[in-house]
Design a protein around this ligand. Sequence first.
Ligand code: PMP
Length: 326
Amino acid sequence: MSNAEHPPYLWHNHRLVRWEDATAHLTDHWWASVGAVFEGIRGYWNGTDGETYVFRLDAHLERLAGSMRLVRMDNSFPPEMVQEAVCGLIRANAHAGDVYVMPLAYSTGGRSFGSVGERVTNMFITSRPTTSSLGEAHSLRAGFSSWRRIDESSMPPRVKAVANYRNSQLAASEAVLAGHDSALMLNAQGKVTEGPGSCVFFVRGGTLFTPDLSSGILESITRDSVLRIARELLGLRVEERTVDRTEAYLADEAFYCGTAAEITPIAAIDHHELRGGVLGTVTQQLRDAYHGLVRGTDPRFPEWRTPVGLAGQQLRAAQSANRVPW
Ligand code: PMP
């Protein structure tokens, strides 16, 4: 969907606003974008239920509040209110289909980097139809970037701060220019971290492993979901630990995971073709399980799915149009 084609509404500072009317003053942009923090959230359509389920909304809102706290942003947006704003926006835009939702918090009014108390926190939320690729045969060829992943000593990799994404953009564009589809990044110690916008898992000898949270990665909600599915539903052997670059090359299987990336198989790393081929068996098992859970065709982990209320809305619309007999 281009900017010319857009949903009717977005949410800005406590209210639904028509897309065309959502403006900010040009000068607000100055340093607001440097300090901004955001979330990327997905909703999945379940045709049988006539409902869109937002995946792990509470975890996303908790991370958003944590990102705001870390960058010392005042937060006058309680999670319950943002939760209703997200669901209300999906209903207002009548997204009866898969959707991507992005809340972004930014501060305006500060005169210097250090002016904490003078700033006012603003938040907007956008939603766009975004089809899932979980059912598709789709894999990526990855390459290690020469850019190292940002490090705790200078930037906060575990939160979703807009400023962190310069690092992602440098790595991703370098990988694409070098002929890969996407990047992987090492940390300052030369250990594997993550992709520009997703975490990474490997499978070798039947064991699933992924860089631990102290390797310099985002506290990813999909990563946490994959770990729980692997341990609790599939009974796989799982390790969270430091990962060497050569382990990536010797892996049988690898995949990126993230809200946008979902579970995307990696077919090759730096032109080392992975032995499991484009979609290894463990990756496939995890992907199928993940797909059932996000869409609600698998009823387990019901607490992971927030219904937005489209089902009720459609029923009410049908009732008020007198199209149902009761
Ligand atoms: N790492 C980075 C740098 C990301 O931007 C993302 C996407 N949010 C992820 C990992 C995956 O995080 P999540 O599963 O919470 O979307």
